[in-house]
Structures are given as C-alpha cells and as structure tokens.
Design a protein around this ligand. Structure first.
Ligand code: UDP
Length: 328
C-alpha cells in the first residue's frame, strides 16, 4: 500500500513509518518539523515539509502521490498546554484535521487511521477502560481528538471514508537505538527519568504520592511504541474490506510512577534520586486500557509488554543520542 503519514517525523509517526517500510509498504511523510525531526524519517520514505494549515499543500501532495490510506499523527499533544493554550487544540488541531479530511475526500482516499488518546476517558465507570466506555474528555487536547472522531463518524456515513480511531495509553520505548523519543520540552515520565540517569537532571519529581493507589503514585498503562505501530498497520489493512472501528491500545497492566523509577534504576544502574512534588493538574489516579477488542478482532498482541524491555529499549536510544536527533 502507499500510505500518507502526517507527523511521520514525530516519535510515534516515525516508528510507524519504519514499520510500514519494513512491511513493504511505500510511505509519504508530511510534517512541518515543529516537533518532528528530519533525521527520524526513514530514508526510503518520501518526505514533504508541509503544514496541515495549508490546504493547498495537502491537495498538492495527495494529487501527486494518490495514497491508498492516511495515518494522521500530526497534532499538538500536551494535556497541560491544551489548558493554557486551548485554541491550539480546539482550533488548530481540529482545523488541520478538517483540512486533511476535506482533501482526503476530494482525492478519494477512503482509509484513515487517527492517532487518538486515553484522554477521552476522564471519568471511567470501569477499569480497565474499554473502547465502549463513555467519552468524557479530560482536557481541550482530549476534546480535540473527540471532535475529530466525530468528523470521521459523519464522513464515514456520507462518503464511505473508513477509519480506525486508536486511543493510546502511555506510548514509550524505542524502535531501535537510532529511532526514539525526542521532545522539546520533554514532559513524559520515562524519558525524564532516563535523563536523570544520564546526569542531565539532578532528580525526578514525582507528581503526587497521595493518590488512592497501592503506593500512592499514579498508575499508567505503558505500551511499547513498536506494538502501537503494529496496531496501526493491522488496523489499516483491516479497513480494506471492513468497517470503521475504535480501539483502546495498551498492555492491560498498570505500573505506578514509583515502579517505573525502580525498573529504570535496575536497567541503568543509576540511583535516580526522587523528590515528591505536587500533583500535576488533570492527572487521573489510574489509567489502564482494555485492548481485548483489537486482540480479538485483528489478532493484535503486544510483543514487548514487559516494563523492563520497554525501559531497556528507551535507554539504548537515550545512551546513543543523549541530546536527541539534531544535537547528537
Ligand atoms: N510524572 C511524574 N513526574 C514527571 C512526569 C510525569 O510523576 O516528571 C507522572 C505523571 O503524573 C503521570 C505519569 O508520570 O502519572 C505519566 O506521565 P506522562 O507525562 O509520561 O504521561 P501521561 O500519563 O500524562 O500521558
């Protein structure tokens, strides 16, 4: 298949691109390099530096390359930023997706994979969280993804645009020592912990230890980025003759912040000092995915469910590229 990947220079997008190419697909990456890195894009992918705010640029790319499917990763992705800058999310994220979708319909691309989020489930009635759980977005970020899911719902009904919305829990780990996570600023737990192990930070601040969890720190479902990538590829193939779907993607097991730090100590051999800080606004105590639907319907199964493996792969990347892509 020929796949058009927006945000294909970002952490998850670039991993999916590498896995698509390994599977024999051809890939066109469309990325404005706001957060992405040119060096993360697989050399066999066609790269277009473009912005989804520019409808003409999307039209030109789709007209030239005529992809069989689109995977849409490019967006603002930070819960906290979405509260301080809501229009980047409720505005830009949604407008950019709308540009892409209008262009997809115009150029007759009928398969679409949306990178969605666990932030749709701010008040779950059941844990682990099924894809059928009621939607309560936890922030303008979650709301922006929900709005895009709703756009897809209608475009499916009206134009037959088949889609899969994949709601990820905590993406982590590295594809390989040369393809990993490089955000600026970095806000995620595992890369921050590994920056402490590299001597780049004096300690990790634990955001609250008074949650109603076994050790008082938040519990999350950490899923290896290559497992996520495989889910995207399976979902895209399944759309060929199938119906649109929504899946939650995680390992189905939760680990606390303290457990993550302890495993990182074992993997790195560094003491990783901690400081207990305030709760981070908007953090629910526990988020664990129920991924049974994608396992049963598409045969997806995580290959790297162990937290130790996840952190080992992330550590291999951080050791080889302690300052990320551009700086080494
Ligand atoms: N966290 C923390 N210290 C940090 C960064 C994150 O204690 O410096 C916690 C955060 O409160 C959450 C978990 O680690 O419970 C995972 O956070 P992350 O930002 O990696 O992912 P999120 O759960 O927000 O998607």
């Amino acid at each position: 298949m020929k796949v058009f990947v927006t945000g294909g220079a970002g952490y998850i997008g670039s991993t999916v691109v590498a896995e698509l190419i390994a599977a024999g697909d051809s890939v066109v990456v469309f990325d404005n390099l706001y957060q992405g890195h040119r060096g993360a894009v697989h050399p066999e992918a066609i790269f277009i530096q473009g912005d989804l705010a520019d409808r003409g640029a999307i039209d030109a790319a789709l007209a030239e390359h005529r992809p069989d499917g689109i995977m849409h990763f490019a967006s603002y992705t930070l819960v906290g930023e979405s509260v301080t800058h809501p229009f980047l999310y409720l505005g830009d994220n949604v407008r950019n997706a709308l540009n892409l979708l209008e262009s997809a319909v115009q150029y007759d691309v009928r398969r679409f994979i949306l990178s969605s989020t666990a932030n749709l489930f701010d008040d779950p009635e059941e844990m682990p969280i099924k894809a059928t759980e009621r939607i309560v977005p936890g922030s303008p970020y979650g709301e922006s993804k929900y709005l895009i899911e709703r756009l897809l719902h209608w475009l499916d009904k009206i134009y037959g645009l088949r889609y899969a919305a994949l709601r990820y829990f905590n993406a982590c780990g590295s594809h390989s020592p040369d393809l990993g996570e490089d955000h600026d600023p970095e806000t995620h737990l595992i890369p921050l912990v590994l920056q402490v192990a590299l001597g780049q930070r004096p300690h990790i601040t634990v955001f609250g230890d008074d949650y109603p969890t076994p050790d008082g720190t938040c519990v999350r479902d950490y899923i290896h980025v290559v497992d996520l990538a495989q889910a995207h590829i399976l979902a895209l193939r399944a759309l060929e003759n199938g119906v649109s779907r929504k899946y939650n993607l995680g390992n189905g097991q939760g680990f606390s912040v303290k457990e993550v730090i302890e495993v990182a100590r074992q993997v790195t051999g560094h003491p990783i000092p901690t400081v207990i800080g305030e709760r981070r606004p908007g953090d629910p105590a526990i988020l664990i995915a129920d991924s049974t639907a994608i396992q049963q319907e598409l045969g997806w199964k995580p290959r790297y469910p162990s937290l130790q493996t996840i952190i080992e792969t992330a550590w291999a990347w951080h050791q080889r590229h302690p300052h990320g892509y551009e700086k080494g």
